[in-house]
Design a binder for this molecule. Structure first.
Ligand code: NAD
Length: 523
């Protein structure tokens, strides 16, 4: 028996799940197959849906699909989530089968529905058995496809990790039914469905003597883990495309049953490459919009201006200017730091195009380096000497009120502080364990920690920090400290209060503090 099948997989909350052996997986497959057949038996509209990859997207998507009902409020789908039998991934399967969401979020609706679908309705189950692809009518691909280096140094230097994605598609090809629909939701380099997925599936199906054309569609996710996690799939706009008319129609029919298309009609693009490109352009637009404000941040700080007030005044121009971004700490999460590179990689590697997405690539570099500005504000406050200075960073995740720490800008800040021989300490009400930086000291009580530190950087606008009692914070300080606000967390009044207590206060995009705090100090 291979070693991999005898290991334990531990969830971030510490729950241990035993990874099943090959024999156990075979038995599990038989049980799941029987349950699926029982579910669809004698019900003409019922289908089996497989969701491949139970991460941030797939785990929520599986719940949304299992929750879909027909006009008689009967469930439409038996949903089988599949992930890998590895210590890194298997706990997601274990959690779903316990009725729990693998991704921690504020969304009670997703939590309740997942529990109910697994434990009561019993049409949602998870497994590591690959054979279940053989019973799926629709197979949804939600595996990752990453970019190796998230800084642009040249078109030829872009490397993507596509092997895992290709392997996932091969596994589907090995087992899939001849008329199943493969619906790719993974964010992929434009051209992937036609130039990578179709050739892989067609070749394997030919080896299996399946000569029918394979049905493939692409429909990208806009899911947002957070308070509206479930609704960011169910009640949100969707774009899709099929590699041929039949695939397009199958995708339309399926998506219409799981998405609230009455309020959010589907948008059909006539080419899977267009749908794939739409996703990476959408995220490149956002990334470029964020990058634009960076140089204005530097300017406004030098000119003594409050950039937050300026952007607010511009946002009144609805329709053209209301999505101007505010200054900030940096860009994180799984998607924005990588998606534009997928487009540039595809341009040269799948289409031999000589187009260089210069503005987008420059934006990626600006966003990547953005936390350095907060670091500079911090360092300047200590005359460029952070040696043995204890810095408390408030916020580890990349987004307000979520626990996702992937590509969090806080990681770069801690690294920079360490490089300068400072001592970073972190706090985050949403993150129990920082998987990417396990050796950084994490505190759970900000008011105790404040006694020991020389500076605090407010990095993520979690509600907890926005509502923080500054008077209490000041009362716990042993001496005045430096406060850096990287995300508009401290109001002017709070900044004045801190300043009056002797603290040195600086903020990203808050040039006006130079003046108002000086005036106050002189009072
Ligand atoms: N996270 C988001 O909010 C978001 C939003 C929109 C789109 N996307 C895109 O969706 C895709 C998935 O993102 P994610 O955040 O869910 O990633 P993730 O890393 O959280 O999850 C991917 C899962 O796929 C599993 N997997 C990998 N290979 C597999 C295989 N062969 N068989 C079964 N499972 C396999 C992994 O173990 C992992 O659990 C990415 O392309 C991402 O860019 C993500």
């Amino acid at each position: 028996m291979s070693d991999i099948y005898s290991k334990i997989s531990k969830s971030p909350t510490g729950q241990e799940y035993k990874i099943p052996s090959k024999d156990e997986l075979e038995q599990e497959y038989d049980t799941i197959k029987n349950s699926a057949y029982d579910f669809v038996k004698n019900k003409k509209n019922r289908k089996v849906v497989i969701v491949q990859g139970l991460g941030f997207v797939g785990s929520a998507m599986a719940t949304v699909v299992a929750d879909a009902k027909d006009e008689n409020k009967e469930p439409l789908y038996f949903v089988i989530g599949v992930d890998l039998p590895t210590p890194y991934a298997y706990w997601k399967i274990g959690m779903i089968n316990d009725g729990l969401c693998p991704v921690v979020s504020e969304d009670e609706k997703l939590r309740n529905k997942t529990y109910n679908l697994v434990k009561n309705q019993k049409n949602l189950i998870a497994t590591a058995s690959e054979r279940v692809y053989g019973i799926g009518d629709v197979i949804i691909v939600d595996v990752q496809l990453d970019v190796k280096n998230k800084i642009f140094t040249g078109v030829k230097d872009i490397e993507i990790s596509i092997e895992g994605f290709k392997k996932a598609i091969e596994t589907i090809g090995k087992y899939m039914k001849e008329d199943a629909l493969v619906l790719v939701e993974t964010t992929v380099p434009p051209g992937t469905c036609k130039k990578i997925v179709k050739p892989i599936l067609s070749k394997i199906r030919k080896e299996r003597d399946i000569n029918k054309p394979v049905r493939i569609a692409h429909s990208y996710e806009r899911v947002m883990p957070g308070k509206n996690y479930f609704d960011s799939i169910k009640n949100f706009w969707r774009t899709y495309a099929g590699i041929d008319n039949e695939s397009e129609e199958m995708a339309r029919e399926f998506l219409s049953t799981i998405i609230n298309t009455k309020n959010f009609p589907l948008f059909c693009l006539k080419d899977t490459t267009a749908s794939e490109l739409a996703k990476v352009l959408e995220n490149s637009y956002r990334a470029t919009n964020i990058a634009l404000i960076y140089e204005w941040t530097l300017l406004c700080e030098q000119l003594g201006l409050n950039l937050f007030e300026i952007t607010k005044s511009i946002r009144v121009r609805k329709g053209t200017h209301d999505n101007i971004k505010d200054p900030g700490f940096g860009v994180g999460g799984y998607c924005l730091p990588k998606d534009s590179f997928l487009a540039q990689w595809a341009a040269s590697n799948l289409f031999s195009s000589d187009v260089v997405l210069n503005i987008t690539m420059e934006a990626m570099n600006i966003n990547h380096n953005m936390p350095k500005h907060t670091f500079e504000l911090l360092k300047n406050s200590f005359n460029n000497d952070l040696e043995r200075k204890k810095i408390l960073i408030c916020g580890i995740s990349y987004l307000q009120d979520v626990a996702d720490t992937r590509n969090s800008p806080t990681a770069m800040l801690t690294d920079l502080i360490l490089d300068d021989n400072g001592i970073p300490i972190v706090h985050d009400p949403f993150v129990d364990y920082w998987i990417e930086r396990p050796n950084i000291t994490k505190v759970s009580d900000i008011f105790s920690a404040i006694k020991e530190v020389d500076a605090v950087v407010f990095a993520v606008p979690h509600s907890f920090y926005l509502n923080l009692d500054i008077t209490k914070l000041i009362s716990k300080m042993k001496h005045p400290i430096t406060i850096i606000d990287a995300q508009n967390i401290i109001s002017d009044d709070k900044a004045i209060e801190l300043n009056k207590a002797g603290c040195h206060v600086k903020g990203v995009g808050k040039g006006h503090w130079n003046t108002i705090l000086k005036q106050n100090h002189n009072k």
